[in-house]
Unconditional design. Structure first.
Length: 147
C-alpha cells in the first residue's frame, strides 16, 4: 500500500473517532442519571452548604467553581426550576470550599448536580448544565413533586 494512502486512512480514522467521541460527550452532558446505590449526602455536608431539606420534598446541590461559565447557566436552570416547583430547594457549593463533599462523592467535573430526596439520599446526578426535562422527570418519577 502506498504510504500516503495509508497515512490518509489513519488521519481519517482519527478524525472520525474524535467526532464520534465529541458527539457521545455532548449527548451525555447534562443528562441526569439515576443513582443505583443508597449513596447519600451526609448531614454535615448539607449543613456546610446550607441546604435544609426538612422543609423540602426534594433538593439539589450544585457543585461548581466561580470561574465556570456553565455553572452560571446551571444556576439559572435551577433557579427557574425552583420557582416552577414548590417544595424544591437547591444550593450552590464551591468545589474548592467543600473538598470533603467533592471527594466523598467522586466529583471530578463542574458543574455537577446532586438531586436529593428529603432524607439526603442521592436520587440522580449530572455533570454539565442539567437538562431541565430530565430534572422534571426525575423529580416527578422518584420524588412525586409534580407541578
Amino acid at each position: 500500500m502506498d504510504p500516503i494512502v495509508f497515512r490518509l486512512i489513519i488521519v481519517v480514522a482519527i478524525v472520525g473517532a474524535a467526532i464520534a467521541f465529541g458527539r457521545w460527550w455532548s449527548a451525555r452532558d447534562g443528562r441526569l442519571t439515576a443513582s443505583s446505590s443508597a449513596d447519600a449526602v451526609h448531614g454535615r455536608h448539607l449543613e456546610a452548604v446550607g441546604l435544609d431539606l426538612t422543609r423540602s420534598h426534594a433538593g439539589a446541590v450544585l457543585i461548581g467553581s466561580p470561574t465556570c461559565a456553565p455553572c452560571e447557566t446551571a444556576k439559572g436552570v435551577l433557579g427557574d426550576f425552583a420557582r416552577e416547583r414548590e417544595g424544591f430547594s437547591w444550593v450552590y457549593a464551591d468545589a474548592a470550599d467543600h473538598l470533603a463533599l467533592t471527594e466523598e462523592h467522586r466529583i471530578l467535573r463542574v458543574p455537577t448536580l446532586l438531586v436529593l430526596a428529603p432524607d439526603g439520599r442521592i436520587v440522580a446526578r449530572s455533570s454539565g448544565v442539567p437538562n431541565v426535562e430530565d430534572l422534571r422527570r426525575t423529580i416527578d418519577d422518584h420524588l412525586g413533586l409534580a407541578a
